[in-house]
Design a protein. Sequence first.
Length: 264
Amino acid sequence: MRVREMRRLVQLRTVPLDATERRLAACYDVADLRRVARRRIPRPVFDYVDGAADEELAVAANASAFRAWRFLPRVLASVETVDLSSPVLGSVLPAPFLLGPAGYTRMLHPDGEIGAARSAFRHGMPYTLSTMAATGIEELRAGVAGISAVSEVPDTPGELWFQLYLLKDRVQAYNLIDRAADNGYRVLVVTVDTVVAGNRVRDHRNGLSIPPELSLRTVASVATKPGFWWRLLSGPALDYANFAGRPRTTIRKTADFFDANLKR
């Protein structure tokens, strides 16, 4: 085979110049994304997302139960045109998928809740803002203004939903609901299964607090993850938007904000 013929068969893959694009181009599944995250963020922050309560038996059981499901293939059924759209709470979504509430995401990335909501909107998906978010209700609404869905789903603009922990302070809880409604959040998602917080052992071992507290271990981690700390410290102050100004606390102790007297 001549060199000219070989060149037709073997071509060098172009390398993206953008660092983020380059990293994501090497990710083909969730496990790849998890490995990238573990390399780029400090262990206490990674464990905040990756960890669960006590021995983490429940989360392992949930993953095992999910993997027990199997798709049943159908043949000789036309798939030339596939429609994944699904009605969900009065809206038709392009797929039965939405972004659920995750608190304090700006600790992971400076774009935080706004970045996640913009991505959801571009794909016509709802985004659910957590009560424990690091971005305020009005701030998120302003952050997604003007974001349009991608061409594949032009008629399914994204929606904002708001997730509420029922607080002991009922006045504050009603205020959050009113603010969400006034800013066009269409669905209220009420969480009722967290009146007793899980014992998150990883967070205890890592000394994770909210807002983050610089300890000797944290300072040592700056040397290994300088990019993360630069992005974090050069951005706005990091705190729970709806509870800003309160004394430093742990994730487990935030359950003290919630009403434990909920019953049918």
